[in-house]
Design a protein around this ligand. Structure first.
Ligand SMILES: Nc1ncnc2c1ncn2[C@@H]1O[C@H](COP(=O)(O)OP(=O)(O)OP(=O)(O)O)[C@@H](O)[C@H]1O
Ligand SMILES: [Mg+2]
Length: 916
């Protein structure tokens, strides 16, 4: 069927040829080809692959196989096998992760993204030797872990002689929805259809020809198969439109052809169809078992003769023949075939377990247990989707209700983890229909709360979850208890469950039976009651910083907690500590969150450069790892950074964040976005607008209200209020927050209240208040100090003390300039001019001409890292790193990486940078 010359498809052929050519020239890429069964996807790719090979490229192929959808990394394994010579050259951690993922060594995979990095290195290393074309065929049947890894790789092909072409029937494929360009194949034109038909079946009568063209509707497989069917028993199906879709009718033409073959041939074909990419020997052994008589390779002869399988290797000529075999068999025949395969497979427990399960109609605990073990192995290899499938099937086979509930709940947790909310809900409902133990009730509650995460918290339910968590921890399950308490606390953070529920959750955290210096507990308490129970919280956090930490996850949570408490400098130290470890372990989901915290604290610290760098990376990782709320949060933070630096894009980022967060009621996102709008307006002198934006964060009836984040905006709110004749409102707010300020050591609230009081006080009495506010700013928060100096300088100038005013304003301006907080630096400049000092505009630093990725690469190169090491840190290929370096040298006016350190001298990442 294949290998006939392609007709038509000119545009698509040109597009693909151009991609392959660019790849050969060193700037490769990826594309996904989509289209209906038989529409000509494989034929198109085969042509491009042939041309690539003739041009000297190496072509490797992986094929998705329906029966292996649930074997983790089965697709990736095919590619790795073809590139096995390069495995030894991979960096150690990557090598282990890759081998573990494809099941070649028995180690746990820490995170699938590390496997992605390993695959990227393996492929780009191979491509460095000769241009490489990777074809992923029938991706609609490929296991999810492989697709995730390949999507990760495909998005990173930039400066390598590497091209990845994936072929899928699905429009909404994981690869095409992963942001890769899509080439969709529709029906052939009437004219080309006619040419194809005439080439296959010359000399047809006019009427039959017209009928065939109509039936085939531009589908080339139909155009090549229907004429064959017409001459055989399948003709009736072929030209009998009826209700069946074309694909089903084509399948039937194949079935009809199969039905005329001898029994042993039919048996080996059914077994091959069910055996995925297993070997011919396995099929023959299973056939022998099934038929009770020796079957050898001769059994394939008849199928080769009928044009159903390739002469070489006995592979099906078209995937539809495989599914035709599947559909044509009765359920009993399929079960018998699966049983025979299970018995014939040796030393492959996972495939065996699946075949045995497929051979079982009712309940069978032994089979269920084997599948449960398969799930465990899949998880170790990072195959969450595969483990989920195995557990679901195992639950179906399980008789004992409590064992069944346990399997259902584990499956629900995995569904949740992999972002399949609807599946998790379904599994949860099934589990809840059984009688559950206290522990399992807790797990079910945890899943259901987590499913609602990001939406408005149901106050009582959140509080109950927290109390159940304590009960469960007291019963000895402290890990589960802590996890549940986290859900409750995050629910409080993202929603606004009301003061009563907040108090109950905080009280539950107080009672949690784990040691007081447990990192989780410290973070939980900071999150659940950052101010109400602030005594001890700051000390607890500071104590954690002194302890050496190997717990990247704990550090990430502590960092997030520190932001909540109002201690951004502390937060950035925790996240800085977690970032390297998260990168090394390939935990990109958590890395996205850690970078988001880092960007958020940098925005509060006024450190625009470090913040933008972190935000950029956080945004792309949040998108890649499917965390929309984190993405929305990053956009709100980008708005904040833009406001601080006087970039007019602030409003656009804020609007984007709002659009993303509103559907899920992401309260903290809305709060930060409003603060960004307020700050931008304040720096532009639009005080009324600024007050309007900021007041929403303080108004409990507003969706942007946030109990704790509002502490960051106190001083700005007061300033905007005073300057827009709303001082009374601000005075009430300061009065309301004062008791909290007396019981807390939250730096954000304390600084905000002090400066706020100075701004509100009668003009003549204000000086000592301004000075006190300045003195109280912690040394690790220079931006806040500069704001206090700016306010003091303004006051001094208005009270006709220009010389003193200039001292304060100059100091403020220098700090703002050093941080890149240009909007604030500009305010200081205006005041300085008004105070009679000239203040030249600062030239933009050369580094500000770099994109944030370039800046990141430059910083790492300046530290002496090699391209390979930089690639490893930033999850790109070494050649992409080298392209970035080449692009930035002229922008910086340097010619070698040795000069980078000198040019970058001024920009180091926080905390060193902002503390200067
Ligand atoms: N443009 C064309 N000109 C001539 N023949 C074609 C053309 N496109 C496809 N064919 C033939 O049509 C048949 C089906 O094409 P192909 O196998 O590429 O379909 P497919 O889209 O890969 O289907 P599936 O999704 O089922 O794998 C093949 O025999 C192929 O040679
Ligand atoms: Mg195909």
């Amino acid at each position: 069927m294949h290998r006939r010359a392609l007709l038509g498809r000119d545009t698509e052929r040109r597009t693909l040829a151009a991609l392959v050519e660019q790849g050969a020239a060193g700037s490769g890429g990826a594309t996904v080809i989509t289209g209906a069964p038989g529409i000509g996807k494989s034929a198109l790719v085969a042509e491009a692959a042939g041309a690539a090979a003739r041009g000297g490229a190496r072509v490797i192929t992986a094929v998705g196989v329906q029966s292996e959808e649930d074997l983790p990394c089965a697709g990736l394994h095919q590619l790795v096998h073809q590139l096995r010579d390069g495995i030894d050259d991979l960096p150690g951690r990557q090598r282990t992760a890759l081998l573990a993922a494809v099941g070649l060594v028995d180690e746990a995979v820490p995170d699938l993204y590390l496997v992605g990095l390993a695959a990227l290195t393996l492929l780009t290393d191979a491509a460095a030797k000769a241009p490489l074309l990777v074809v992923v065929e029938d991706a609609h049947w490929m296991d999810r872990a492989s697709l995730d890894v390949l999507g990760f790789v495909a998005r990173r092909i930039e400066s390598d002689p590497l091209v990845l072409v994936a072929v899928t029937r699905r429009l909404d494929d994981r690869l095409s929805s992963a942001g890769l360009p899509v080439l969709h194949l529709g029906p052939l034109t009437d004219e080309v259809s006619g040419e194809v038909l005439d080439a296959v079946a010359p000399g047809l009568g006019q009427q039959v020809r017209r009928r065939l063209l109509e039936e085939a509707a531009g589908n080339p497989l139909a155009l090549t198969e229907l004429p064959v069917a017409l001459q055989s028993v399948g003709g009736a199906y072929a030209l009998n439109p009826g209700p069946l879709p074309l694909t089903a009718r084509l399948e039937r033409t194949f079935t009809a052809r199969v039905s005329r073959l001898p029994a042993d041939t039919r048996a080996v074909l059914l077994l091959s169809a069910l055996n995925g990419d297993g070997t011919m020997d396995e099929c023959l052994a299973a056939a022998t078992r099934m038929l009770g008589t020796a079957v050898d390779a001769g059994a394939f002869e008849a199928a080769i003769g009928a044009g159903l399988v390739e002469a070489q290797g006995a592979a099906f000529k078209h995937p539809l023949i495989r599914s035709a075999m599947h559909h044509a068999a009765t359920a009993a025949e399929r079960q018998a075939a699966h049983a025979a395969l299970a018995a014939a497979l040796h030393g492959q427990p996972d495939r065996q377990a699946w075949h045995r399960a497929a051979a079982t109609a009712g309940l069978d605990e032994r089979v269920a247990r084997d599948l449960d073990s398969t799930a465990g192995r899949a998880l170790r290899r990072g195959g969450v989707a595969a483990a989920l499938a195995a557990l679901r099937r195992a639950a179906e086979l399980t008789k004992d209700p409590s064992v069944r509930a346990d399997r259902l709940l584990r499956a629900a947790e995995l569904a949740l983890e992999s972002g399949q909310g609807d599946v998790a809900t379904h599994l949860l409902t099934q589990a809840r229909s059984l009688e559950l133990s206290v522990r399992d009730r807790g797990r079910a509650a945890w899943v259901s709360i987590a499913l609602a995460e990001g939406t408005r918290g149901e106050g009582a339910a959140t509080a109950e979850l927290a109390e159940l968590a304590v009960e469960i921890a007291a019963g000895g399950e402290s890990t589960l208890g802590l996890r549940m308490l986290w859900s409750a606390v995050l629910q409080c953070f993202w929603g606004e469950p009301g003061p009563a529920a907040l108090e109950r959750v905080a009280a539950a955290a107080d009672r949690m039976p784990v040691p007081a210096d447990n990192a989780d507990l410290v973070a939980l308490r900071a999150y659940s009651a950052p101010v109400e129970r602030a005594e001890g919280v700051m000390e607890g956090l500071a104590g954690q910083l002194e302890r050496s930490s190997e717990n990247a996850e704990g550090d990430q949570l502590l960092g997030a907690a520190a932001v909540t408490v109002g201690a951004p400098a502390l937060a950035s130290r925790f996240t800085a500590r977690s970032l390297d470890a998260l990168r090394a372990q390939g935990r990109l989901s958590m890395l996205a969150r850690a970078l988001c915290v880092q960007a958020g604290s940098a925005a509060r610290l006024g450190d625009v450069r470090a913040g933008s760098l972190a935000a950029e990376e956080a945004a792309s990782l949040a998108r890649e790892t499917g965390q929309p709320l984190v993405h929305a949060m990053v956009n709100a933070i980008r708005a904040q950074l833009a406001a601080v630096s006087g970039d007019p894009a602030a409003e656009a980022w804020a609007a984007e964040a709002e659009r993303e967060a509103l559907p899920s009621g992401g309260r903290p996102v809305l709060a930060i976005m409003q603060m960004a709008r307020g700050q931008a307006a304040l720096c532009q002198g639009r005080y009324g607008d600024a007050f309007g934006h900021l007041h929403r964060v303080f108004d409990p009836a507003d969706p942007a209200f946030h109990s704790w984040l509002r502490f960051y905006a106190v001083a700005e709110l007061v300033e905007a209020a005073v300057r827009s004749e709303s001082a009374e409102v601000a005075r009430d707010i300061v009065r309301e927050l004062t008791p909290l300020g007396e019981s807390t050591s939250s730096p954000a609230l304390l600084c905000g209240l002090r400066l706020g009081r100075a701004l509100l006080s009668p003009q003549d009495a204000a000086e000592p208040l301004y000075r006190a506010a300045l003195d109280a700013v912690p040394t690790d928060w220079p931006f806040e100090g500069a704001r206090a100096r700016l306010a003091l300088g303004e006051w001094l100038r208005r009270h006709r003390r220009p010389a003193e005013s200039r001292v304060a304003l100059r100091a403020a301006r220098e700090i703002f300039d050093a941080l890149g907080a240009s909007a604030w630096a500009e305010r200081a400049r205006q005041e300085l001019r008004a105070a009679g000092a000239s203040s030249p505009r600062q030239d933009p630093a050369a580094v500000d001409r770099l994109t944030s990725t370039e800046l990141h690469v430059a910083q790492l190169a300046a530290q002496g890292l090699t391209n390979r090491e930089i690639g490893e840190r930033l999850y790109v290929s070494p050649r992409t790193v080298s392209t970035h370096l080449q692009r930035m040298f002229p922008k910086l006016g340097v010619t070698s990486r040795g000069e980078l350190a000198a040019v970058l001298g001024a920009t180091t990442t926080y905390p060193e940078g902002a503390a200067s």
